[in-house]
Design a protein around this ligand. Structure first.
Ligand code: B3K
Ligand code: ZN
Length: 873
């Protein structure tokens, strides 16, 4: 396979005036007729050939202006079809036959159970028909869908329905018209037996929009939350970005087999059922919030992605980074803002930092790829969102809003580049963002080394900051970046100190602009040695080092004005304590938890409960993944043992406090996924997890009672996890059995059942995974099942995945080899943990490498080929 380079970009030679499609649906043989009204671009050469893309299409007919083409008049090579000579303006008419039922890759047109659906981003449309399948070719679409009246009573596509009718042979059709020109990746079709929940939304300018949520009948009781979330998102986008919806109809469809969370097709969003269906009995608080965020994300794409789209796939972060930033802000406004930030940063710092440090590291705007599907990554999405956040912080929220207004206005209906977005922001703010652009081209996580020096005689504090970005594949040398460092100084009594940096209005909080490899700032008039609070709100996606003492961290934990940094100080304090225990573990000594961490937790547990949501986060010890990120060579066993011992010692020392918090946060009202209730449940369940870690037998009885009370899935799942992960099989096994029997009819709940079992820390977890792969509720063809069982195991059960005998690696390789044939996109995602072998000891690295070699010996899909070659390079 050949790499494609950004610098090879050529504008399209032919424009599309109109696309007319007709689908005659059949699982085994769907006939697709495409009438493409094409016109040569005024700037293209008269001789320019017409190039179309196609993949696994049975071509039955191809004609230009009614004249069938002879075989000598066109050429098919790989995925392209070229016609050397075409008129300046013409109608290309093709007919192909495709087989949706055989499509296990879930790209293009496929069947999910009895439902026909599509996934076209990024390059799935070429599996439907021959087409200029690139995001910079836009056209209005008319789509006629023909189906069986009984099997496919519902026939949907983008835009508005304009005609429907009956046909012979118990068939019927619906024609759809989408007036907004769009690239093919935003095309969608859905057909099948679906039920509809209807609502409506009145836009700010008073237009009525019909809202439709289409689901299979058994899911009708799980639609309320997504519909409510959609309406909140529509209102928020009007208020926060001045963006109104632009069609009379907005539809969401839930399907069970889907590679990603959802897809923003124009007017017809298609969702993975896991990312849209919710009900208190079946869905945890975390899932409720995730659904709200994804519904909003896809809706927001209507402007950031659809009305203004990407010129080419290298610009993917233009729409994804911006849209993630938009959904993050929406969720922060709707729920606990500091907790949302904490969750987003925790995800970024563990998984995205790991990606940035591994063999598949790439810039937020990559400059080449073999398979673009491999680039729907945390780097593009999450780091992409951090870049937009930095921009807003650099120029201020109001100026940013003026910039986004101008961006949407200027580029409406166009396919643009990252520069277009950043240039508008530079224009409205007058700030030079030239250096800032490096964030898009340089891969890797910058490291900030900060040092403070207090000069008592001069009453000044000097902060020295060095920045450096480690090499990544293909980028050995890095340049300094423009990094906003938000900070403040705390006095020894906890009061925020006034900062006078030259030229600025004094305040207790400031943003330093790092632009050089090393810089220094001096703060005058500081009467006693301060404690610096750095990188407030996580103002840039960097690793930050500062030699805080533990007492200073405890000080920040108590007094920092910035909620995020109070949490971060607690994490750092816990991290140092756990690392000390890991050293003891390695030396074969007893692991003692630093009393200062216990004191800090005691303090937290006895604070007035003004922000329970943040408190719950502060009580969560750093994850195994984040601890691993600190190590030059990851010692999975020591991490697990030390973290576990820390939890147990906190539980023993603070039992009464946890018990009080557990009881004080019991819900009295009926379940609602409100921020207040979510915070209380979160706090209660973290307290319960500490209680059970104490080993006191009555604590598992409390978990059992909570499980049996069966009030809502958040509490049930939390209790089930504690029972199932305990050493008390007499309590765990019956709970697992009861849960499995109760929910065997609900695949999304069974995914939680799988996930709970495969995260068991006990050494039988891997055998449990193999066993559950044979369970009737599991199917390797369904991405949700694969993620729940295999993805959860390899990501969240590190001690068992990294078993010394290599059985975990073998298991993952077996799965990847099978997925390579069925669903290359998912295969290339699942393999990620194996590609990180360089982070582990020699014996483990050799075993992981061995499995990669075994995979490499297969006939690999383009997706897997790209990842495996990078890993072994
Ligand atoms: N834009 C889609 C991505 C789908 C790509 C799958 N290969 C989902 C989203 O970011 O909204
Ligand atoms: Zn998106």
């Amino acid at each position: 396979p050949q790499a494609i380079y950004l610098h090879d970009y050529q504008p399209p030679a032919y424009r599309l005036e109109r696309t007319e499609l007709t689908f005659d649906l059949n699982e085994k043989a769907t006939r697709v007729r495409a009438r493409l009204h094409l016109q040569r671009h005024p700037e293209a050469e008269a001789q320019a050939p017409l190039v179309l893309w196609g993949c696994e299409l049975g071509l039955e007919r191809i004609a230009i202006d009614g004249q069938p083409l002879l075989e000598s008049e066109y050429r098919i090579e790989g995925e392209t079809l070229t016609v050397e000579r075409v008129p300046e303006r013409f109608l290309l008419d093709t007919e192909v036959v495709i087989e949706p039922a055989a499509n296990t890759a879930l790209e293009g047109l496929y069947v999910s159970g009895p439902i026909f659906c599509t996934q076209c981003e990024p390059e799935g449309f070429r599996r439907i028909t021959w087409y200029p399948d690139r995001p910079d070719v836009l056209a209005p679409f008319t789509t006629t869908v023909i189906g069986d009246r009984d099997r496919e009573p519902v026939l949907l596509s983008n835009g508005n329905p304009v005609e429907r009718g009956e046909l012979p042979g118990n068939r019927h059709f619906v024609s759809w018209q989408d007036p907004h020109p769009k690239p093919a990746y935003l095309f969608a079709l859905v057909a099948g037996k679906l039920d509809c929940v209807r609502d409506s939304f009145t836009t700010a300018s008073g237009r009525e929009v019909a809202l439709e949520l289409w689901v299979e009948e058994e899911n009708l009781h799980k639609t309320e939350w997504a519909m409510a979330s959609l309406k909140r998102a529509m209102r928020w986008d009007e208020q926060s970005y001045g963006r109104e919806y632009d069609l009379d109809l907005f539809m969401i469809v839930a399907v069970n087999d889907f590679n990603m969370g959802a897809m923003e097709n124009k007017g017809l969003n298609i969702f993975n059922s896991a990312a849209v269906l919710a009900n208190p009995q079946t869905t945890t608080d975390a899932a409720f919030q995730r659904i709200e965020g994804i519904v909003a994300h896809e809706y927001f794409h209507n402007w950031s992605g659809n009305r203004v789209t990407c010129r080419d796939w290298f610009q993917l972060a233009l729409k994804e980074g911006f849209t993630v930033f938009r959904d993050q802000t929406f969720s922060a406004d709707t729920n606990s803002a500091p907790v949302k930030r904490i969750e987003d940063v925790a995800l970024l710092r563990t998984l995205q930092f790991a990606e940035d440090a591994g063999p598949t590291a790439h810039p937020v705007r990559p400059d080449h790829f073999i398979e673009i599907s491999n680039f729907y990554t945390l780097t593009i999405y999450e780091k992409g969102a951090e870049i937009v956040r930095m921009l807003r912080n650099l120029i201020g929220a109001e100026t940013f809003r003026r910039g986004s207004d101008r961006y949407f206005e200027r580029f409406d209906g166009q396919a643009v580049r990252v520069e277009d977005f950043v240039d508008v922001m530079a224009e409205v703010s007058g700030l030079d963002l030239g250096l800032f652009m490096r964030w898009y081209s340089q891969a890797g996580t910058p490291q900030l080394d900060c040092r403070g020096e207090y000069d008592e005689a001069g009453q000044r504090f000097t902060l020295t900051v060095r920045q450096h970005t480690p090499p990544t594949p293909g980028q050995p040398d890095k340049l300094p970046l423009h990094i906003p460092l938000r900070m403040g100084l705390l006095g020894d009594d906890g009061t925020p100190l006034t900062l006078s940096v030259d030229g600025e209005t004094p305040g207790t909080d400031t943003v330093l602009h790092l632009t050089e490899a090393e810089q220094q700032w001096t703060f005058e008039g500081i009467e006693r040695a301060p404690v610096p609070s750095l990188l407030r709100g996580f103002s840039a996606p960097v690793r930050l080092d500062y030699p805080w003492s533990r007492d200073e961290l405890a000080h920040l934990m108590r007094f920092d004005e910035d909620g995020f940094n109070r949490w971060d100080a607690t994490q750092r304090l816990a991290l140092t304590a756990i690392e000390e225990m890991m050293t003891a573990h390695a030396a074969g000594e007893t692991m003692h938890l630093d009393a200062r961490l216990i004191d800090a937790f005691r303090y937290l547990l006895n604070q007035p409960a003004d922000d329970r949501a943040v408190l719950a986060e502060m009580l969560r010890l750093p994850s195994e993944a984040w601890i691993a990120e600190q190590q030059s060579q990851v010692d999975v066993d020591a991490i697990h043992a030390a973290r576990r011992a820390a939890i147990e010692q906190l539980a023993d020392s603070l039992y009464a406090d946890f018990e009080r918090v557990y009881h004080a946060n019991q819900s009295t009202a009926g379940y609602a996924p409100t921020p207040e209730q979510i915070a209380a449940r979160s706090l209660k369940n973290i307290a319960l997890s500490y209680l059970t870690a104490s080993g006191e037998p009555e604590t598992l009885a409390m978990a059992k009672a909570q499980f049996e009370a069966d009030d809502n899935m958040t509490d049930v799942r939390a209790a089930l996890t504690l029972l199932a992960h305990s050493d008390r099989a007499d309590l765990g096994d019956p709970a697992i059995r009861a849960f499995g029997e109760r929910w065997s009819h609900d695949a999304l709940v069974m995914d939680q059942w799988f996930a709970t079992q495969v995260t068991r820390p006990q050494p039988d977890a891997l055998e449990r995974v193999r066993f559950l792969m044979q369970h009737p509720a599991f199917s390797i063809k369904n991405p949700n099942r694969v993620r729940a069982l295999i993805g959860t195991f390899t990501r969240d059960n590190r001690v068992n995945f990294h078993r010394r005998d290599g059985a975990g690696y073998r298991l993952l390789a077996d799965v990847v080899i099978e997925l390579n044939r069925l669903n290359p996109e998912i295969a290339a995602r699942m393999i990620a943990p194996l590609t990180r072998f360089r982070r582990f000891d020699e014996a483990r690295a050799a075993l992981m490498r061995g499995e990669l070699e075994r995979i490499r010996a297969e006939k690999l899909s383009r997706n897997l080929h790209e990842v495996v070659e990078k890993a072994l390079a």
